[in-house]
Design a protein around this ligand. Sequence first.
Ligand code: PPS
Length: 568
Amino acid sequence: MSLPNHAPIPELYVSSESAQKLKLTAGQLPSWDLTPRQICDLELLMNGGFSPLKGFLGQADYDGVVENMRLADGTLWPMPITLDVSEAFAEKVEPGQDIALRDQEGVILAILSISDKWIPNKANEAEKVFGADDVAHPAVNYLHNTAGKVYLGGPVIGIQQPVHYDFKARRDTPNELRALFRKLGWRKIVAFQTRNPLHRAHQELTFRAAREAEANLLIHPVVGMTKPGDVDHFTRVRCYEAVLDKYPAQTTALSLLNLAMRMAGPREAMWHGIIRRNHGCTHMIVGRDHAGPGKNSQGKDFYDPYAAQELFRKHQAEIGVEMVDFKHMVYVQEKAQYFPANEIPEGSTVLDISGTELRRRLREGLEIPEWFSFPEVVNELRKTSPARSKQGFTVFFTGLSGSGKSTIANALMVKLMEMGGRPVTLLDGDVVRKHLSSELGFSKEHRDLNIKRIGYVASEITKNGGIALCAPIAPYTATRRAVREMVEAFGAFVEVHVATSLEECERRDRKGLYKLAREGKIKEFTGISDPYEAPAKAELVVDTENVDVDHCAHQVLLKLEQMGLIRA
Ligand code: PPS
């Protein structure tokens, strides 16, 4: 393995003088408003974190990366870094043209000189890069349901870094970290990639890994985009700062990485390695199921738990950092200390708490022992994850028109208000269409917008500790999932499928709409001339045929109680 190279790495920024001038001319160019994921990618392109990439991949590089993890010139690069745009925007621009890339406030960050414009085969990208065209994989879901249809590629000229207002002092570019290592005289550096809070076992394993490699340690957590449902990065960074104090002085540094993870397991591990090399590290800890996305739609793991380590080992020389095995550490009660799982003294009592058990204890406000975590970390986690019965949540009713969603939601609202404790807001389909979405119709695009607006409001209510009851038709699975992800960042999302059959809804025809739809007088009517995709994994399915409303609302209450969201 080569010695650390702390020499500066090439960045894509122009000098500040040229940046000022470019900014003026860029104002006249067609401009693309970057998505949060694209902002993360652009930052690492511009600051050299993705070196040797010089911009968003063109088609030949993209094909090479997708098919065999190599750029067109043969360089190892496992992850497609592409600029996806809408068809409407793509129609307005052509290869040979420059466009301005802006952040979400409209600030120009870079100029892209378009070299390629193409429509990717997303199913193929999903199969080859993520291992399966299965939307249970968060990045495949993103690819099909969030990313634009067209890709633009070409070199990027960096004008300015994306602005961060949070934890400024903890963010370092690759060159800043290289300079820091140079200054500290650190020659070997083990990077620890993480998207989770650290507990005692992590502190032990990272320190042990660094000691065994006779190296210093860089805790390098991802604060860009991680897996939906992860602990938010504000909480995590406060936890990391607390854990940093537990390492012997001068051994360990903490720096935040604004990466948008893809959860691509083996390919992602290699990508993480290259990024760490660029940040001046010589080693990286790769664990069991590194950057794993969880279960596929058949309930099986997407990747073999050791596939990431195998692929990394195979390409280690080209990646340019050495892999350090992640040792699973467990607590041995008699010795009151941590041991690697394969070095436990015979006959001893081993204690361990799984991630699921930890989440349960936090959710239910139960004790988290000191041998497991540091009190400061537990305090931080408790602040952002109060017991579920104190958090906000969303109940999302979905079902055909006339299925009884609003009636049950109204009954539930009254029952929750009777119990008191948290404010309750009802976002009924008809009410929302009057106040929030009055300009929208019933095309797929408009329905999606309508549901995402409801999701946004519900997620804000949930974040602020209230209860949101939503009752739209919400006929499309992907859109319901997007809302779930928005809400679950702040609290529980309880999907209730009001599964009244089409025949029964039509028989009731309380608003006379089914008759009009059958006569063709209302177009795109759900169940008649527009699809309803029934939820496959709703938290609760209620049947309203031959059951009174009060009973249905009560079933929902029982579910909420079972989930720990309310106390009877
Ligand atoms: S969606 O698909 O979730 O955006 O629909 P939603 O906002 O819940 O609005 C559904 C109510 O609008 C009336 N309506 C229609 N429904 C379905 N398809 C078509 N084309 C349509 N046109 C009008 C209908 O009264 C729905 O109310 P509910 O309460 O569901 O019966």
